[in-house]
Design a protein around this ligand. Structure first.
Ligand SMILES: *Cc1c(COP(=O)(O)O)cnc(C)c1O
Length: 387
């Protein structure tokens, strides 16, 4: 052969891989098939790299174990998982019921994209009882999308009861279970049809990779979710899948620490004179605690509290005084974060009186004593500015 051909063909002979703890990272769009018949045999062969290779497959297997699922679809972000799952099961003319406390960008997707395709969204009170919610659904309702505890405001809903009643009416149920990371609460075991999470948060655990998943038990639903990804042309990279799998290994260990520290800080805040209310379902006496105690094996690091009413500059003064809590969105990483919630609550239909301006904390893996000292000096700044 000519040297040009020899160079192009060199180094392509497969060598058997040595065994490592994690899966190999296979780079490939083209997959070489063993024979002509295999080229179009999608049932028995991966025929194209977009379908996922070793690392994606290993992550899907591990997530199926975590969620108690028959199949898990992967998406390039948590929001893509929510959008992808909705698009996979809804069609023009359908109606979807969505918790008013849903993650705000999910609401944006429903209001802007689903609407253009003739799918209408009705928002329900995140604390709605299952019976009136399902009984009040019109015949056009195809899906109920829950999020419990709710984003920013942490309302709890009896998701199992909603799933049971919805099934009797032929309505699908799905939940954004990012808070429980598929570990502290396992939606599929409670009868919910689709368990969705932003792996970006606790599964990744280091605030540096985007990914989402949707898990299901019913093989027909698993196929529809997979087809949804196939039709939209989405794929996640080998490297990102590998990073997610690495995060998953320490998920239970990290969650135990996040949960313990957050509960301690929630108790401490509850006793502070500057604090009006603490919204953390793992805190005894907090809203939704009974449902939490019934269904959850523990809490994570994310909760909110209301400062006593004060001018905005005092609230911002509290946040600006914090040194260990970074000011930033997202959560689930090793680091502590804080945000004010008010600007994100403006589109809510069911607004409550939270007792004062809401602050959301993500309690990271730092020493809880140091975090409490940081909050104490933040509250001192708030006191000074609140006058
Ligand atoms: C962050 C988040 C998402 C979206 O995840 P991305 O990976 O950032 O797209 C969805 N739901 C909840 C509850 C979240 O907190």
């Amino acid at each position: 052969m000519d040297e040009e051909t020899r160079l192009i063909r060199a180094g392509t002979a497969p060598r058997s891989l040595v065994k490592t703890v994690g899966p190999p990272i296979q780079k490939g769009s083209t997959v070489l098939l063993p024979n002509a018949e295999a080229l179009y045999d999608d049932d028995h062969h991966v025929t194209y790299g977009r379908q996922g290779l070793a690392a994606q497959g290993a992550l899907q297997d591990a997530l199926a174990t975590l969620e108690g699922a028959v199949g898990v679809s992967l998406y390039p972000s948590g929001l893509a998982a929510l959008a992808g799952a909705l698009l996979a099961v809804l069609k023009a003319g359908d109606q979807v019921l969505v918790s008013d406390a849903i993650y705000k960008p999910t609401r944006r997707f429903c209001d802007h994209v689903l609407k253009r395709f003739g799918i209408s969204t009705t928002y329900f009170d995140p604390e709605a009882e299952a019976e009136p919610l399902v009984a009040g659904a019109s015949d056009a309702v195809r899906l109920i999308l829950m999020e419990s505890p709710g984003s920013l405001t942490f309302e709890m809903q009896d998701q199992a009861a909603v799933a049971r009643l919805a099934r009797d009416r032929g309505i699908l149920t799905a939940t954004d279970n990012t808070w429980a990371a598929g570990y502290l609460y396992r939606p599929l075991e409670h009868g919910i049809d689709i368990s969705i999470q932003a792996l970006t948060k606790y599964v990744g655990g280091h605030s540096d990779v985007f990914m989402g998943s949707a898990a299901a038990r019913d093989p027909e639903l698993v196929r529809r979710l997979d087809d949804g990804v196939l039709h939209l042309g989405w794929a996640v990279s080998q490297e990102d899948a590998y990073q997610m799998l690495r995060g998953l290994r320490t998920l239970p260990t990290r969650l135990a620490r996040h949960g313990e520290s957050a509960l301690r800080i929630a108790h401490w805040l509850k006793a502070r004179p500057e604090v009006a209310e603490v919204y953390h379902p793992a805190l005894p006496g907090a809203p939704g605690h009974e449902l939490f105690a019934r269904d959850y094996s523990g809490g994570c690091g994310l909760f909110a509290f209301a400062l006593k009413p004060a001018p905005e500059e005092a609230v911002n003064g509290f946040l600006d005084a914090l040194t260990l809590f970074g000011l930033g969105f997202s959560w689930g990483g090793f680091e502590s974060l804080a945000i004010s919630c008010e600007p994100q609550l403006k589109t809510r239909k069911f607004r409550r009186d939270y007792g004062g301006p809401l602050i959301r904390l993500h309690v990271g893996l730092e020493s809880p004593d140091d975090l409490i000292a940081d909050l104490a000096q933040g509250l001192a700044a708030y006191e000074r500015l609140a006058g």
